[in-house]
Design a protein around this ligand. Structure first.
Ligand SMILES: [Zn+2]
Length: 632
């Protein structure tokens, strides 16, 4: 963590887009189940990627490029989770009103203004993740706000979208996608770019996630929520980072992006100082296959044996810059390699900043430099592949080098699980939305909105205050209850069992969490069994110290009753008479100690008795009896 950076001075601006799958009965534009399947697909079909044309007649350059490369998509499906709509063989059905209602609920909780009429739009998507070539999306409400600590964060819009197909593999020019996920309703919440520190970005995402969960109608688990971040700093550029799945990762992703941009700015300044100009970077490719005819580098030898060529390009003045680390594990050379892979569909690149290595000798590096007439301050990048691919790859490297002279390129990047990012595609232009003509607009009447407004769930902040006041819980415990999402069960148990609320709350949060960590199948115990357990505590039938043990037993013996648990564990509560006998026996055994130390012997007797009766007696009762007996 880099605590030293002054983010205000750097002009950091972050906007957040949270995408969360809704827990509806059907998909957004058809009646299929919004679920994923694990089995082998029942149906597969192959499509060629075709560039879609927007109304303005512009063809997305990246889509056109992929089209030229002959990229094919193999879609996998089964009949449970997809139909002709997902295959783009049938027009979409009307918009799912259950999803609309959930989105409106969340929107009203964020004080947003619903639109008068919902218009479904098409957003061009270039990677094959939608069978149609576009994603359907519609704005539900605009201009909301949420409170995060002391700050009011503007929410620009709340929208509904169809989720995309999920990628399951890639072989050569064929990409595999599974269309089960396609069409699952997603709510999109977009903030204004008003977030100024990495930590705040994490806090805002958490606050939005809590509001969405408070609707009670969102899916849970990894992959059901994805956050996109728009990040810029002064003198840098707007970078769009897609697909951060873990909330905890957000601050780190922002921090890395700031670091990346700062390092790229520094590199551009140093290159300028060294006198490197765009006109020095020439689209001149050298066939250097001869240089590596006898090479020990496996990758190169294999390529040459296959009849492929080794092509090289010179980057004047770039020596040393390609190995400069931008963020951990990502160098300027890595960014060039990402571009080469994307635009040339090659496996990777070699560059002189990392050589000799990989079986490439210093003699070969010398020969290479000579072959392209490189000066001592130049870097050389080379690729082994079919000449067309190699050329495209080197063109992309050159372009990235040109951008390095200017500083930070505007691009869309994908988040890695470790918080770093990788190149995904150029940032799409503005003209990528156009109306979906297959779906009629939907009017939102005031009456309909008011009905939803009257049934809004409590905001997490309100609920926190209420739990603290009504049940006298401390803030930490109340927050844990909300986070664990068993507030409803807690309130039911507290109202029906007379057990102190703190005991119930601690059990439902901390105890259950640690049991889960131990591997106890907590789901095997039903809510009504938990209620029954606490009622037994209240009636004196069960000691609260025995709750954990009983719960564990019930989790292991699904279908058995609380009574059976108490019997089987020998936890039947001791009668007062039985307790008195145990206390008397213990005092007898410790007679000498009791007579010698009097008052101080109290603790010894208590711990000795408790060891014997734990879980079968109320500790307060035990202490009362011991006091009484010792006084005699
Ligand atoms: Zn369907």
């Amino acid at each position: 963590m880099n605590e030293k950076l002054d983010y205000a001075q750097l002009g950091l601006k972050v906007g957040l887009e949270v995408h969360q799958q809704l827990d509806t009965h059907t998909k957004l534009f058809c009646h299929c189940k919004p679920e994923l399947f694990k089995e082998e697909p029942e149906i597969t079909f192959l499509r060629r990627l075709r560039p879609t044309q927007s109304e303005l007649g512009q063809i997305d350059p990246a889509a056109y490029f992929e089209f030229q490369k002959g990229v094919k998509i193999l879609y996998e499906a089964n009949s449970q989770t997809s139909c002709l709509v997902e295959m783009d063989e049938e027009p979409p059905h009307p918009l799912n009103m259950e999803a609309v209602e959930i989105a409106l609920t969340a929107a009203l909780m964020m004080k947003a203004t619903p639109v008068d009429e919902i218009h479904v739009m098409r957003k061009t998507v270039i990677d094959g993740s939608n069978t149609t070539g576009f994603q359907r999306t519609c704005v539900i409400a605009i201009n909301g706000t949420i409170k995060v600590g002391e700050k009011t964060v503007p929410i620009q819009h709340i929208s509904l979208e169809e989720d995309a197909a999920r990628k399951t593999g890639e072989e050569g020019t064929t990409i595999r996608y599974r269309i089960d996920r396609l069409g699952i309703p997603l709510i999109e919440v977009a903030t204004a770019p008003v977030i100024n520190t990495p930590k705040e970005a994490g806090g805002v995402a958490l606050a939005i996630g809590k509001i969405l969960r408070a609707t009670g109608k969102v899916k849970r688990g990894l992959g059901t929520i994805r956050q996109d971040l728009n990040i810029s700093i002064k003198g840098g550029a707007l970078t769009e980072i897609k697909g951060v799945q873990e909330l905890e990762l957000i601050p780190l992703v922002v921090e890395y992006e700031v670091q990346r941009q700062l390092n790229l700015i520094k590199i551009s300044q140093e290159l300028a100082k060294a006198g490197v100009r765009p006109e020095n970077l020439k689209e001149e490719f050298f066939d250097v296959t001869e240089v590596f005819q006898q090479t020990n580098c496996k990758v190169l030898r294999k390529a040459i044996e296959k009849g492929q060529r080794v092509l090289a390009v010179k980057l004047p003045g770039f020596k040393g810059f390609l190995k400069r680390e931008l963020i951990p594990g990502v160098r300027l050379g890595t960014e060039m390699a990402d571009r080469a892979r994307f635009w040339g569909r090659v496996g990777g690149i070699f560059h002189t900043d990392e050589l000799p290595a990989y079986g490439i000798t210093s003699q070969e590096v010398e020969a290479l430099r000579k072959a392209v007439s490189a000066q001592s301050t130049d870097a050389v990048v080379f690729v082994a592949d079919a000449p067309e691919n190699a050329k495209d790859a080197l063109k992309a490297v050159l372009e990235r080098a040109c951008e390095a002279l200017k500083g930070v390129p505007e691009e869309t990047r994908a988040a890695n699980p470790d918080g770093t990012t990788r190149y995904m595609r150029p940032r799409p232009g503005a003209a990528r939305m156009y109306p979906e003509t297959d779906i009629p607009p939907i009017q939102l009447t005031e009456e309909y909105i008011n009905k939803i407004r009257q049934n809004l769930p409590e905001l997490p902040e309100q609920k926190l205050q209420r739990l603290m006041q009504e049940y006298n819980l401390n803030q930490k415990l109340a927050q844990q209850l909300i986070d664990s999402e068993c507030t409803e069960l807690f309130e039911k148990v507290a109202k029906e069992s007379q057990v102190p609320p703190t005991t119930i709350a601690a059990f439902l949060t901390e105890t259950l969490k640690s049991l889960k960590r131990e591997g106890v199948k907590t789901k095997n115990v039903s809510e009504s069994q938990i209620l029954e357990m606490f009622k037994a505590v209240a009636s004196g039938e069960l000691a609260k110290e025995a709750l954990t043990e009983v719960f564990k037993w019930l989790a292991q013996h699904e279908g058995k009753t609380l009574h059976e648990a108490i019997q089987s564990l020998g936890l039947k509560m001791l009668s007062e008479k039985e307790l008195e006998e145990i206390v008397e026996k213990t005092i007898r055994i410790n007679k000498e100690t009791v007579e010698k130390y009097r008052k101080e012997s109290f603790h010894i007797i208590v711990s000795s008795v408790m060891r014997e009766v734990r879980g079968r007696a109320n500790p307060e009762k035990v202490i009362e009896i011991i006091k009484k007996k010792l006084e005699k």
